[in-house]
Design a protein around this ligand. Sequence first.
Ligand SMILES: Cc1cc2nc3c(=O)[nH]c(=O)nc-3n(C[C@H](O)[C@H](O)[C@H](O)COP(=O)(O)O)c2cc1C
Ligand SMILES: O=C(O)C(=O)c1ccccc1
Length: 388
Amino acid sequence: MANHGEWQFGIYFNGLVGQKPSLPMSYDALERAAEAAMSEEVWSYVAGGAGNEHTQRANVTAFERWGLMPRMLAGAAQRKLGVEIFGQQLPTPLMMAPVGVIGICEPEGHGDLTTARAAAATGVPMIASTLMQDPLEDVAAALGDTPGWFQLYPPNDRELTESLVRRAEAAGYQAIVITLDTLALGWRPRDLRIASFPQLTGLCLANYTSDPVFRSRLDAPPEEDPQAATGLWARIFGNQSLSWDDLAWFRSLTTLPILLKGICSPDDARRAVDAGMDGIYCSNHGGRQANGGLPAIDCLADVVDAAGDAPVIFDSGVRGGPDIVKALAMGARAVAVGRPYAYGLAVGGQEGIEHVLRSLLAETDLTMAVDGYPTIASLTRDALRPVR
Ligand SMILES: Cc1cc2nc3c(=O)[nH]c(=O)nc-3n(C[C@H](O)[C@H](O)[C@H](O)COP(=O)(O)O)c2cc1C
Ligand SMILES: O=C(O)C(=O)c1ccccc1
């Protein structure tokens, strides 16, 4: 396979016949275009974070405190970006993080299906959120040969939790990601200012309204009384009494690999592995949940060390190829992005997502080429130096 970076020559050659890319070529331009393309409510929800968004900004700027050491004549003419996770061979170390409102990041409201098609076209796995506009089965069917993982927000109803996990397994998802950092909703001033929370208008609840257990809890079907369905969702979503003791029960539900998302503490990573979890997902939810926290990248190395042989996925603040390379060098097995592909969808539909993913992969590949790291295995912490 050609190196991902060669994609840039396609763009330059198009320039020879007067064609310029119609989609943004930098993250800042992508963000501006997305703001223009989205409704005020969706923009606020996607772009915003917790409190004064200090942690959200710090997630991004913390990457600038690490520099990659360039190595010359390192035999990096061909790069190998493939990785293996839970016996799955992935063509690249990039993943799409679960974004619960991806369904409404395009005007037609089927953004989950569009994202799955972009995953199918690029080989970049989609981690499908519990919050979807289309049922998880339909989204799985659109993934083609690309693996999908299912992200679970465990409701405070065990029968419903079990139903969601079994449906995900039956639909062909290849891992379950249990998100632990959103058992309560963070303080989000942007959304508070405009008094907007999309799920409360009934958006992105298809996995609930299509679920037999959820439906059995309602007096009338959601099609007849959508408000009652939304009210039930609001009552069952939060699950603040979840504890480490519940992990054995989750483990008993499925033979699929389970990862815990929202882990930043090495002690929690150790505890997760001891409880039989298969992987760790180091993330602070893109700074959307708790403000005043550590940048997620500053937590990654300790989490990797504590996780032992268990693979660690990383997200929060990844905006370009060098960020991906740095997170891999810290020891992440794969690196995910959230807002970047949501903006790609808003700006250019499926093509927009593919454009964002291909740009990230090209820049990752070229960073490895220019800095002399031919394989992901060659990217160790020795490649990183603190910027003074
Ligand atoms: C609009 C939006 C919705 C999200 N919804 C979910 C979700 O449903 N489940 C989840 O585990 N994480 C969710 N996240 C968090 C992402 O999975 C990821 O941790 C975060 O976006 C990474 O940070 P980044 O946006 O800086 O790349 C959401 C993030 C955004 C921006
Ligand atoms: O907005 C989020 O980040 C998120 O993950 C979420 C999803 C559903 C309810 C509350 C928060």
